[in-house]
Ligand binder design. Structure first.
Ligand SMILES: [Zn+2]
Length: 373
């Protein structure tokens, strides 16, 4: 759907088209951060190839195990994929992970798999319903690749992004702009303005896509499921935390986990989702930390991680919770506390997707959890 028809005749002008094409021009700080290099701890790990098999700038694909590959995005170089994903294949079949933010991103991913394996593709799996993991889904539909996801994903894509399509952008952003205008402090104003820019970008991504819906819903009550790809066994599991629809793909025999957005590497947790749960997420991280100490994690965003990446992520939750609890005890109202967290020096280089979608949202959720007690 077009969103900014400027002529009264209802015809779409060239300006509308250019407007759509440049939706991503208001880049937020997070999108400009270059991807960190692969951690040195992987230099001695025989599972991990030291060089990617292909590097397109916006994403590269690296071997991380026998039949296991990670697709890692670098948003500072382009936004075709935006999130991470990967693919795995055995003697009989392959599984692709993530729909990415655009069909071009999903296409690159699929094309790379095809340079390594021409066998049947069991499906492509969305780790959850968020736009940056699904707005490239149409590529799979167009190519007859079945699309797997948590059973709630289709409805949540429809409710969140179907509703956004065809909406007037100015009307969509107006309430958020009101927050900027009414901000009670400079820092609150800054965070509110960042939210407007980020939501404008999300609106742009959603409105420049044909939504693709999973046709292979996985009932969370029936998980985990075991996938036999031929000499390679993968488990699809669900855990609470980020979106209420989160799946991971785990290969226990090789200690490799495709974690989706249940793990962000070197980035504050994104907890804005109405079904995100801070306590649930922190317990999921305990589970991740209980696995073999050499487990490789492909996070939803950021570089490939080891156990230390999971530990850092848990530490970020702990720090937000510690600061929030002090504010809660001394009676700081939730809306004020959401802006007042101070990033400690040791976390200064940790990325923040958008303050109110991550740190602010985490504080509000913690306040709710405590208030409910
Ligand atoms: Zn997400």
């Amino acid at each position: 759907m077009f969103t900014s028809c400027s002529s009264s005749t209802g015809l779409f002008s060239r300006r509308d088209f250019l407007g759509r094409a440049s939706q991503w021009s208001a880049l937020t700080a997070y999108q400009l951060l270059p991807l960190p290099a692969l951690a040195e701890s992987f230099a001695a790990d025989s599972r991990v190839a030291q060089a990617p098999i292909v590097d397109k700038g916006f994403a590269s694909v690296r071997k991380i195990g026998d039949g296991l590959y990670a697709t890692i995005s670098d948003t500072s170089k382009g936004l075709q994929t935006m999130c991470n994903g990967g693919f795995l294949f055995g003697k009989d079949a392959a599984l692709l992970i993530e729909g990415f933010v655009s069909p071009a991103g999903a296409s690159f991913h699929h094309e790379t798999l095809r340079t390594l394996s021409q066998g049947p593709i069991m499906g492509a799996l969305d780790t959850h319903y968020h736009f940056d993991h699904v707005t490239g889904n149409a590529f799979y539909g167009a190519n007859g690749i079945s699309l797997w996801a948590h059973a709630a994903v289709s409805k949540r894509i429809f409710d969140s992004y179907g509703a956004m399509q065809g909406m007037d952008k100015a009307a969509f952003l107006r309430p958020l702009e009101g927050r900027v205008k009414n901000a009670r402090s400079e820092v609150a104003r800054k965070h509110a303005a960042e939210l407007v820019a980020t939501m404008g970008n999300i609106f742009g991504a959603v409105n420049s896509t044909v939504l693709g819906f999973p046709n292979r819903p996985l009932d969370p009550a029936k998980l985990p499921v075991k996938l036999d790809l031929g000499g390679l066994t993968a488990l699809v599991e669900t855990y609470p935390g980020h979106s209420g629809t989160d799946l991971i793909v785990r290969v226990p025999e090789q200690n490799v986990v495709y974690a989706g957005d249940l793990l962000f590497n070197h980035m504050y947790p994104v907890t804005f989702d109405e079904q995100a749960t801070v306590s649930g997420w922190r317990s999921t991280l305990k589970t991740f930390l209980s696995w073999d100490k050499d487990t490789i994690f492909v996070p939803g965003h950021g570089q490939i991680a080891g156990r230390d990446g999971v530990q850092l992520f848990a530490d970020l939750f702990d720090d937000i919770a510690a600061q929030a609890e002090k504010m809660y005890q001394s009676g700081v109202p939730a809306e004020d506390a959401a802006d007042q967290y101070v990033v400690p020096d040791k976390f200064k280089d940790v990325a923040i997707f958008a303050w109110h979608l991550s740190i602010g949202a985490t504080i509000l959720k913690l306040y709710k959890e405590w208030g409910a007690k």
